[in-house]
Structure formats: structure tokens, C-alpha cells
Design a protein around this ligand. Sequence first.
Ligand SMILES: Nc1ncnc2c1ncn2[C@@H]1O[C@H](COP(=O)(O)OP(=O)(O)OP(=O)(O)O)[C@@H](O)[C@H]1O
Ligand SMILES: [Mg+2]
Length: 346
Amino acid sequence: MNEVSAYVADGEQDAEATVRPKRLAEFIAQHRVRDQLDLLLRGAMGRGTPPDHILLSGPPGLGKTTLANIVAAELGSGIRVTSGPAIERSGDLAAILTSLATGDVLFIDEIHRIAKPAEELLYSAMEDFRVDVVVGKGPGATAIPLDVEPFTLVGATTRSGLLTGPMRDRFGFVAHLDFYAAADLEALLHRSARILGVPITEEGAVEIAGRSRGTPRIANRLLRRVRDYAEVRGDGTVTLATAREALTVYDVDALGLDRLDRAVLRALVDSFKGGPVGLSTLAVAVGEQPDTVEEVCEPFLVRAGLLARTPRGRVATDAAWTHLGRTPPAGSNAPADLFGSDQRFP
Ligand SMILES: Nc1ncnc2c1ncn2[C@@H]1O[C@H](COP(=O)(O)OP(=O)(O)OP(=O)(O)O)[C@@H](O)[C@H]1O
Ligand SMILES: [Mg+2]
């Protein structure tokens, strides 16, 4: 990374951090999850005990990390942040767990990717607030039990279907975050614009919200791109016209599909006659990792009714053909997502 791009990346992250809600009351929409969390946190605070462990699941960019931080802020407790892939050995996890203070929040992002031995260690920490640390190898190995201060685990996952049963069972509260309605994203855009000091019109917000794939992170990112455009080519105000022109420059189409989304649909329609085609074949065709296609693109394409997952593979719906400006083949009509988004298909 050269100096300029490092500077730009930092600036973007700062902007993301500034607009990130710090308290539950600032968290837009997701009323059910907010209500449930509010009860959980208040109940626990009233009793003076740490709340049950919390699992947050849902597609990228919907607010899992934000909520984890909010939980700690509402409780007034410290937060330790780590992620499944970062915990390679159970010793790493034991070190984190034994260093927690009473009431701390331990946030484990991508918890479905935690290594098996660490996962087993986590079970006893979650349930009994103790861990057995094994010292030595072979017949001479001994397990030393260590106490863990009462803590609250907040796990986040984009793939709750990949969590093991025992893991899932140990969470007292599971929140599933869903894509945001356009009206909620409009409210979010007005809030972010106010914080960033960007003037935005009603229509400007509607336009950006409609192209944000139901995702707060994308809405905030598009707002920053349109702001650039408005400042450089307009008078600085985000309007319907600047939003449309800017989003055309950045290759975001009317449904909010980006380059990769369209590449997936195009590959399905052009190279595989609409499918069905297996996930890995499709991923190779667009030059991406299967996980990226499955976790980043597909949830929204399924939600938008453009792609269906079937036991035989991915299928483009008639709407996908039409969106690409093609005529759907006669007799085609893909079924909806028959098995929910967490199932892994070939
Ligand atoms: N309900 C909300 N209200 C306001 N802003 C939100 C809300 N949800 C998310 N955001 C914004 O969207 C951005 C992305 O959210 P966050 O990082 O919490 O997503 P995530 O679910 O953790 O994504 P990932 O799975 O990629 O880690 C945040 O910086 C925050 O500003
Ligand atoms: Mg996150």
C-alpha cells in the first residue's frame, strides 16, 4: 500500500467509525432485535449479573459488530475483540478468557470459523466459567482448571448454519439481522449525512437507499462516493441528479447490484444457460472464492429474487434474465430459495 492509499483507507475507516451508532437508541430499524436486546440487557443489569451469551447472525454489513460494541457500551463494560480465524490454538483462547475482568464482553467475530479444540474450550468457559488448560504432552499431560470471571460472549456469524449444535445451544439469545427496508436506509442516510456534514435532499436519500442492497454499510459507502461527486462536480449537495450520476460512474445499477453481483448473474445466464450450476464452478467463472460468492453476493441476489439455490445448483430466475436485458428461455422458472440461506449446496 503506498502512502496515498494508506491515507485514503484510514480516512474511510474514520468516516465509518464516526457514523457507527454507539448506543442502542441510535441503532436504526431492526426493532425486534433492539427490543429483545434492550430487555436482555436491562434484566441483567437489574440483577447485577452479566447477561446471557449473545449470538448475532446475518449477512455482512447489517450491524453485527456495531451491536456487539453497543452491548458493551450499554452495560458499561469493557470489550475484548477477536475472531474465529484468529484463534488458532486453544491456548490463545485460554489466555484471552483468563484475562477477562468480571462483566467484560468478549466479542468473537466469524465465530463459525473457530478451530475445534478452541471451540471445546469455549463451551466450558461459556457454561461453567472455567477452562481446563492442558500442560505437557502424552501420558504425562495434566489438565489445570482455571477460573474465568463471569463474562458475556457476543458471537457474530454470517453463516449461522455452519455453527455446531452444542455451540448454538450455549447462546441464551440469538438475533438474526435481516436486510433493511428502503425507508430505514433513508433514515440511516439522513443520520450519516448529518454527522458527516453533507447536505442531502429527500430524493437524494431515496435514490441512494434504493441502491444499497438493503445494507447499512453499503448505504454509508455510497453516500461517501456521492458526496465526492457532489463536491467535485456539483455544489456539494447530494441530490437526485448527483446521486444518479455518481452511481453510474461507480457502476452501481438501479437495483444496487455491483460489478461482482452482475458478473455472477451474467455467468449464470451466459455461460451456463441460466443454470443449475454448482457454487464452485460459478465462483471459478467469476474469478472469486466460493465463500465470497456465497456469503457476500448470494444472500441479496436470493432476497431480490434474481437467483435461486436448488439442490442441483444455482439457477437464474426470469427476473435475472430480464434485469440483464435478455429474454428468459421459455418454460424456465426457477423456484425460490427452497432451503434457506444457511444450507451449503454443491
Ligand atoms: N442499524 C444501524 N443503524 C445505523 N448504522 C448502522 C446500522 N447497522 C449498521 N450500521 C452501519 O453500517 C456499518 C457496518 O456495520 P457492521 O460493521 O456492524 O456490520 P457487520 O454486520 O459487523 O458486518 P460484517 O459481517 O462484514 O462484519 C457500520 O459502520 C455502521 O455505521
Ligand atoms: Mg463485523
